[in-house]
Ligand binder design. Sequence first.
Ligand code: FCB
Length: 451
Amino acid sequence: MPQPLDLPQGFRWGVSTAAYQIEGAVDEDGRGPSIWDTFAARPGAVRDGHTGAVACDHYHRYPEDVALMKGLGLDGYRFSIAWPRIQPTGAGPANPAGLAFYDRLVDALLTAGITPLPTLFHWDLPQALEDADGWLNRNTAYRFAEYTALVADRLGDRVPAWITLNEPFVHMVYGYALGIHGPGRALMLDALPAAHHQLLGHGLAAAVLRERGLDVMIANNLTPVRPASSSEADQVAATAYDALHNRLFTDPILLGHYPDLSAFGVGPDLGGSVRDGDLKRIAATPLDGLGVNYYNPTRIAAPTDPALPFTEAPIEGVPRTAFDWPVVPDGLRELLTGLRDRYGAALPPITITENGCSVADEPAADGTVQDQPRIDYLAGHLDALAAAVAEGVDVRGYFTWSLLDNFEWAEGYHQRFGLVHVDFETQRRTPKASYAWYRDLITAHRAVREG
Ligand code: FCB
């Protein structure tokens, strides 16, 4: 039996998913195409040509999935809303069938005693907006605010807190700088306007939510950056990387200004995209909570290629996930205490909105799925979280990635992150050993909470 950790009263337990990774039903009920439909169809873009066309068929099987969540005893469920279901062309009135799906999902969650925590944008931009340059176009920020109003007007009576964007850093770098995620643009530093326009979209959407009395969060992918050595060159490189990965998407919201990106040859106008008043709009609505997605730390050395002011160095001597990501639980404590030290009173309460690991899980002959490496990963990271709390960091909840094995972007169905195994041929769901472990952990905390 997992032992309860020393966590604040009211600490919330959850799981996270994202629309394109689980829903399938890409042509149903008037959904328009997204950049991920287009990108996945591009030969060679996704491993083995996998796509999200069916994924976990959650669009039809959501009652079964909500029952699995209820079995865990969750407080909250973080999912994302597919913009192309609400506005098939990224503009204009809402598609009633699209809204109706999330309406049903929200009601099913509430009936199960689970608080919905929707993310408005988890990377599946309507293709029509990409045809007009996607997040490189300032107009997309305004479209995002309009879409937010449509969804908030429908669900805001039952959904108290909202996440605007998921990991704008990863979306900018993988989607616009390197071209390994949708929309598949490889612009390197010319991708930076996609950072500014996502942040502007956050600010405009945050105002829409706040006007309706709703709480606002963002889910940022954050990583503690460790210099590869104590040499000055490695430290300078680490500072540059930290500005790009961590500060670029957090400083403007919490502090009202961009970090120093001069190491990249970029000025405070981010390649000419920042207009008067933009930074005010980005910071105008204070966050009610900062969502932190944490997977691993990053080790950075002096550049070897003149195009960038850093190189990523491998982290040696630690276990690795099936995805080959280093497992460093204490990195979470380091990250959380570092955020507190950096932002002080400007830091809102934190919720871990993603944390988890990929394991090469397959059912054994007896049908069970024994994923001890995942249990070890989660237990280690929760110990690190509790250590950060003991050091005074205000952490209010933990949402693990993910409920189900799902479509892992460029890796297709090859990386399994779920507490529940999905057989993608039959759609059969099998709770793994980690599912029972997480359920027992939540039960142990509930017993403490209810005294
Ligand atoms: C995060 C994404 C999420 C999932 C995990 C493994 O970067 O937000 O959709 O793919 O990684």
